[in-house]
Design a protein around this ligand. Sequence first.
Ligand code: 26W
Length: 810
Amino acid sequence: MNVSATPSTASPAEQINAHLLHTVGVAPDRASPSDLMLATAQLARAQLSKRWVATQETERSQKARRVVYLSMEFLMGRTLSNALAALNLTEGAAKGLAQHAQNLEDIASQEPDAALGNGGLGRLAACFLDSMATLGLPSFGYGIRYEYGMFAQEIQQGSQMEHPDSWLKDGTPWEFPRADLTYPVRFGGWVAHVNDKAVWKHAGEVAAKAYDMVVPGHGTDKVSTLRLWKAVAPEHIDLGAFNTGDYARAACAKNEYENISWVLYPNDSTPAGRELRLKQEYFFVAASMQDLIKRHLDEHPTLNNLAEHVAIHLNDTHPAIGVAELMRILCDEHAFDWDRAWALCGKTFSYTNHTLMPEALETWPVSLLQHVLPRHLEIIFRINKEFLDHAARFRPGDQEFLKRLSLIDEVGERRVRMAHLSVVGSHQVNGVSALHSELLVHTIFSDFAALWPERFTNMTNGVTPRRWLAQANPGLSGLLDDTLGKAWRLDLTQLKRLEDRLDDAAFIEKFMVIKRANKVRLAHYIATTTGVQVSPDSLFDVQVKRIHEYKRQLLNVLHVVSRYQAILANPNAPWVPRTVIFAGKAASSYVAAKSIIRLIHDIGQTINNDPRVGDKLKLVFIPNYGVSVAEIIMPGADLSEQISTAGTEASGTGNMKLALNGALTIGTDDGANIEIRQQVGDENIFIFGLKTPEVRQLRVEGYHPLHHYQNNPALKAVLDAIGEGQFSPDEPERYRALVNSLVWGGDHYMLLADYASYVATQGQVDALYSQPASWSQRAIRNVAGMGVFSSDRTIGEYARDIWHIQPDNH
Ligand code: 26W
């Protein structure tokens, strides 16, 4: 097709004004900040649209092998600044906005975050799309266009309140509705078997409508596509009711269907186990599979070569039903025999596990699958039978082995183990850090690893340097540009060359000035969002992530209280001033996590208002943590808290973002902290606490938290103060249960065992921080070591070792 170019000789400033007039519908001299945001977005959108068309055209004509990344979550954050940077329009747009007496940062902040994810897994998917586009990898991300994303967190009297996140209420300039791309998705009913052929007599059907977001590559004209599905009632559904005038019933029926894509489940790591969640999973998988198959058949006469042209990746088990769905499509709709279909399936799928936590592993009751997806359940049973026959030949007579491997957990209510389905259906299974991948094959997947050792591999996570350095930290980026040139954006290993500057006093000084400016900005943000004034000269000690017991925010709190008590006991000691900063959401039903948030607030109230303390210690909780809040926090951090119990945090990615922005890590030997230590050197990171084998051994021997309580007077004083209500005098018993869960309740995550080591290490942190030049030198050493944690490296490895797709750049 010959598309005539629309020459945009107009300057960005003129284009913004034109969009104000023609698209937004407002007189340029009367434009509000949000009008200006929309007009600036249109400027970028027009270019993105062109790039999308060109990229699709090339990929179609080359019949490119593509990766399809299936994920229930994409935590994209804002789009404007990233899009302008990718299009080299940042300067032009800033000039245009200056004519309206506005700066780009303020205008960009008008855009709501696309918070279509919970935490690490969803943000990783967003970083991966950025890298896939940047590497020119033919790729589609598929997910759900949730009407409501991650809830907005408000703090009322210290407690978390959840508000719906209606990010689409004013529309979004970034989506491209694809009216022509609508697929039916079926549910329920029963299966007829006629002449050896299965026919699914479904009971209900909903339509999936495609909405695209264009993901720009940096340093390339290539883009990637994020295709999100919205559930819409099939057109015929409500006609009957409307005709009889029963509008209420019609609306109700419509909602029954459309609620599938209404809301993101805000549970991080604990399955919701609800029918609607299962329907969400199948809904987006079924639509995505139809779409990728349609695209394949547009380019090829048959599905026989599907595995040569598409690599389907399962981002955790949430899309695992896709394995059964592809088998259903091939066998029931395209007359494949079982073995040929299964061979194709096995060449097509790969799977990433993101957690070892037993309670996070998804299982679905057989009875629920029977009700919602009867044909898929039959297919899963058949997959299981053939798989167990195979496994039985490997270890004849070992029934226990087979029970452990089975896709069905037969204990109690029968349930389908989605992780087992994912492993059996994939040719590669990976963890997200070296330690995590190692633990996978020794713990939850050890039986599978005995069968198929070559199936298991590691892909250490990464983050995109465009958003997490270039965009979030313009100060440091400028210094890097002056020092290294601009190439680090696309080749983060360039940062290594900072090691030449470790003894360059002038460079260190510039680095310190930038960090201070970022801290001033963060201090302002803290003041506006919490009302607490904090000093940018204090050490900014940051723990930002979902609130979860295994991440041990409570251990951090114990340290804060012990420091508070020590300051009161010895007010004239040379305390290194500290501001302890928390942010993160708790799942709405997670009682302990919510209690931790409230405890942080109660302690903060006491400490921040105690005149004896002053700047020596402040404790703040920044509300509503998300991508855009993180972009303000990361550059202003001095110390990064990565203190999960060893062996529990799969990788972490916040740890990478913080170190990349020049924070030193205090952390356990867990997840990617270990690889960060290897990159930056032992002297430049504060590692404390039990190691994974020690945690395991202690569990086996019997762990006695009471022993630590009784034998460490400082720890006892801290726990007593919290437990007796010193920070909650209006309700002295408020934290009794929380404290008891540590002292008497087994302290599952071993906070008390690590407490002494943690507090002692915090002392080393103080000592180093009181030598600002040494501290900064080590911070620079951290930045220099972060090259390998670019998601470009990660995606390059996936492309080479799992997807077998040649990126066209690099
Ligand atoms: C079905 C319920 C549910 C929901 C989310 C189970 C599990 C999850 C995720 C696996 C939780 C998650 O986000 N895991 C995080 O993934 C990051 C990216 O790989 C890692 O860096 C984090 O360590 C891991 O906790």
